[in-house]
Design a protein around this ligand. Structure first.
Ligand code: XUL
Ligand code: MN
Length: 348
């Protein structure tokens, strides 16, 4: 049998990953690059895909005709740079109408706003020629448990997904789950929860997930196991690789910068499953440290990509037969050292 060619991975990030360094406790520390300037970085840094929030394309509430015109301009900018749009994510957490959530707001008018905004994101996806909508349920939870009805909220979420599926017969919805922040606790906090809900929607085949490493860690779960779970369901259609130092705010640290072994396991599971062979991107969601100077504020992107490719080399070097041999012996002490030596580059 002819050997399969190795996967040629493609990388993506969002324009928000090059940023001014503002955080909840302090103002910007570097001037923001203009969108057109950001686009110029992609190819130079080795990236082909652009992840978009809807209002990265055109501002919300732009009248329809102007919206179409604006989106076509962005598509032309992408074409000129040789880039493609990976997905559109409706930003349902900044507008005053989403103050208490979009689809799970108690106010029917606010829910309607969220539904309309998501449909509009689908219109943008068409113009940018992507069939992927990413939904991060930012404010779909509560600060206090008594604020919303948790059972009704699950139903609202299914209605929301269905409204997108019904609006467009080609579109695919990727849930990006996170257990907390900005809310105290989120509904549907993990990939497993969302996949459960996916099977109850009008078209389960078009509902999958994007998994962010940090979000899994915040839920006390191992990112590679989460990815494996979604891969088994054939529902892993996107990733946000990054890293996270324990249970605190979502840090979006560079991939592999905290836990190299955990990062290795993510690359391993993706590579073994053939992730990327159907055009899926290795997406990043990483923030530069606030201390970075403007002219060096894209290094976290280059570094994360470099770590992925370096770990890929390690993954491709480990000997499957040796791993199977050690598994059969149940000598996990030896297996552990085998992996660690490869990670440290000191394997004999
Ligand atoms: C939030 C997060 C978002 C999504 C896209 O934690 O990761 O940026 O990736 O909406
Ligand atoms: Mn993300």
């Amino acid at each position: 049998m002819a050997e399969e060619k190795p996967t040629a991975y493609k990388f993506s990030f969002g324009p928000w990953n090059i940023h001014s360094g503002a955080d909840p406790f302090g103002p910007p520390v570097r001037e923001e690059f203009a969108f057109a300037e950001k686009l110029k970085f992609y190819k130079k840094l080795g990236f082909d895909g652009v992840q978009f929030h809807d209002d990265d394309v055109v501002l919300d509430d732009t009248p329809h005709e102007e919206m179409v015109k604006g989106a076509r301009q962005v598509k032309k900018m992408l074409d000129d740079e040789g880039l493609v749009a990976e997905f559109i994510a409706p930003r349902l957490w900044e507008d005053p109408r989403t103050i208490d959530g979009g689809p799970t707001s108690n106010d029917p008018e606010c829910r309607e706003y969220a539904f309309n905004r998501a449909r509009r994101a689908i219109d943008l996806a068409h113009i940018l020629e992507t069939d992927k909508i990413v939904w991060w349920p930012a404010r779909e939870g509560t600060y206090i448990r008594e604020a919303k009805d948790p059972i009704i909220s699950v139903g609202h979420i299914v209605d929301f997904i269905n409204s997108m599926l019904e609006y467009d017969k080609e579109i695919r919805i990727l849930g990006e789950m996170k257990p907390n922040e900005p809310m105290d606790l989120s509904y549907i906090p993990t990939t497993g929860h969302f996949i459960g809900v996916a099977y109850k929607t009008a078209d389960p085949a078009r509902v999958g997930v994007l998994i962010e490493s940090a979000h899994c860690i915040l839920a006390g779960l191992d990112p590679s196991d989460e990815m494996a779970y979604a891969l088994w369901h054939k529902k892993l259609w996107g990733v946000h690789l990054n890293d996270q130092h324990g249970l605190k705010f979502d840090e979006d640290k560079a991939f592999g910068s905290v836990n190299l072994r955990q990062a290795f396991n993510q690359v391993w599971v993706l590579e073994k499953a053939g992730y990327g062979r159907n055009g899926e991107f290795i997406g990043l969601d990483v923030k530069a440290m606030r201390t970075q100077k403007k002219e060096r504020s894209t290094r976290h992107l280059a570094n994360s990509r470099r770590m992925f490719l370096a770990l890929l080399e390690v993954v491709r070097k480990v000997d499957e037969a040796e791993i199977e041999r050690l598994r059969a012996l149940r000598d996990y002490e030896a297996l552990e050292v085998y992996i660690l030596e490869h990670l440290m580059g000191i394997a004999p």
